[in-house]
Design a binder for this molecule. Structure first.
Ligand code: HSE
Length: 428
């Protein structure tokens, strides 16, 4: 058997401890599959004394992750510190410059600095792998960059933040408000230290930007992701959307259009009986549409110790096998700088209005929609005991700009009693 692959782990949180547990428990099968043993030589974290529930006594300790990255007896740096800059990026850059391979779960760092780090890795002839960074235990990076490499990718989409999906499905199942369920999720420790990363769509936007780069052969362009979080999703919309046969998801969609690369992470309605519509709780789902393969659906745990560590260890084993692929599926210098699509692909929209219930009210709304070029597909007015009538409209496919124009006009109509709500419906 070949010489052991020696790894150094920087960051001993939940995922770091999970990686150690897998390597300790499954060392025999890992060695057989990798063709060589995988051994941990050294680790690094902020606190040496903290009990992490795993035995660290056999490993050297480094206070400084950069020193860990440069150690002679470390072949692969496993970066699990997190954060887009700071020690995580410094350690990854130091490792690549020192000729070591890197495995990371750090989506923020790659979404912001991925182009630069990919170039660094490829110039050094080393691997930079990040399966765990997108949708945790779901092997979506491998699927896109390896299994589907022969396909022209038409669309990648998915629910890639478990916390947001937990909040949305809990609101629906318990009929509770966003604020109540958010507070519960926070108390349970489900939210990132900065909750905006989750509920603001940033974490999921990072993941979408990484998938888009691989899917479309483009440079990672997180700043161009159209981002909207779930804070404005109300229980009323969740319930009414359900009544129309839809569920609301924080949905990421990336597609290459004639107008450029479209990357959107926003609350959308999806058919309730579609694979994405059926996703419950903290589960993640990614759907990839390739010209040859058709639609592929990958679903599973997007976070947590076991699933995320599983993805990290899979990457380590690939490196132990000698597999070194371009970071984003093709050499970094060949990734295109695609212009961001400034306008969204036309889609049907859900409109919720509150109108004064008097003759001609709907006619005024219909006129505003007609003048904006928006055509009504379905409409429902709900039973009410007040002078205010709740009205739902599902439009035919419309340009986002036309919907904005229609909503602005409806706001000014004298029978309009509340701020209109407009949500995109993604066709699946
Ligand atoms: N906070 C993320 C989620 C996991 O809830 O899915 C890490 O990306």
């Amino acid at each position: 058997m070949k010489s052991p692959l020696r790894i150094g782990i920087a960051g001993l949180g939940t995922v770091g401890a999970g990686v150690i547990r897998i390597i300790q428990n499954n060392d025999d099968l890992i060695a057989r599959r990798a063709g060589r043993p995988v051994v941990i030589t050294a680790v690094s974290a902020r606190s040496r004394r903290k009990d992490r529930g795993v035995d660290l006594s056999a490993y050297d300790w480094e206070d400084d992750p950069v020193a860990l990255a440069r150690r002679e007896d470390v072949d692969v740096l496993v970066e699990l510190i997190g954060g887009e800059d700071g020690p995580a990026k410094a350690a990854v850059a130091a490792a690549l410059e020192a000729g070591k391979d890197v495995v990371t779960a750090n989506k923020a760092m790659l979404a912001i600095h991925g182009n630069e780090l990919a170039a660094l890795a490829e110039t050094a002839g080393r691997a930079l792998r990040f399966e765990a960074a997108v949708a945790g235990g779901i092997p979506v990076i491998k699927t896109l960059s390896e299994a589907l490499a022969g396909n022209r990718i038409e669309r990648v989409m998915g629910v890639m933040n478990g916390t947001c999906n937990y909040i949305l499905t809990r609101m629906e199942s318990e009929g509770r408000s966003y604020d109540e369920v958010f507070a519960e999720a926070k108390a349970l420790g489900y939210l990132e230290a900065d909750p905006r990363l989750d509920v603001g769509g940033i974490d999921a936007g990072h993941k979408l930007a990484l998938l888009a780069a691989i899917a479309f052969g483009t440079r990672v362009d997180f700043p161009s992701v159209v981002l909207e979080g779930i804070e404005r999703v109300s229980i009323t919309d969740i319930e009414l959307a359900r009544d129309l046969g839809y569920r609301i998801k924080l949905l990421g969609v990336a597609r290459m259009t004639g107008r450029g690369l479209e990357q959107r992470m926003q609350p959308c309605l999806v058919p309730a009986d579609s694979p994405i519509g059926r996703v419950e709780g903290a589960t993640n789902i990614v759907m990839i549409e390739g010209d040859a393969v058709g639609p592929i659906v990958l679903e599973g745990a997007g976070a947590g110790e076991g699933p995320t560590a599983s993805a990290v260890v899979g990457d380590i084993i690939d490196i132990a096998r000698g597999l070194r692929l371009p970071v984003f599926g093709q050499p970094a210098h060949t990734l295109e700088a695609a212009p961001p699509a400034r306008v969204a692909t036309p889609a049907p929209y859900y409109l919720r209005l509150l109108l004064e219930d008097r003759p001609g009210a709907l006619a005024k709304v219909a006129q505003a929609l007609g003048e904006a070029g928006v055509s009504i597909n379905r409409m429902r007015q709900y039973r009410h005991d007040t002078p205010a009538a709740p009205v739902l409209i599902v439009t035919h496919r419309a340009a986002e700009e036309a919907i904005h124009q229609a909503v602005a006009a409806i706001r000014e109509v004298d029978v309009n009693l509340d701020e209109p709500v407009a949500l995109r419906i993604e066709e699946i």
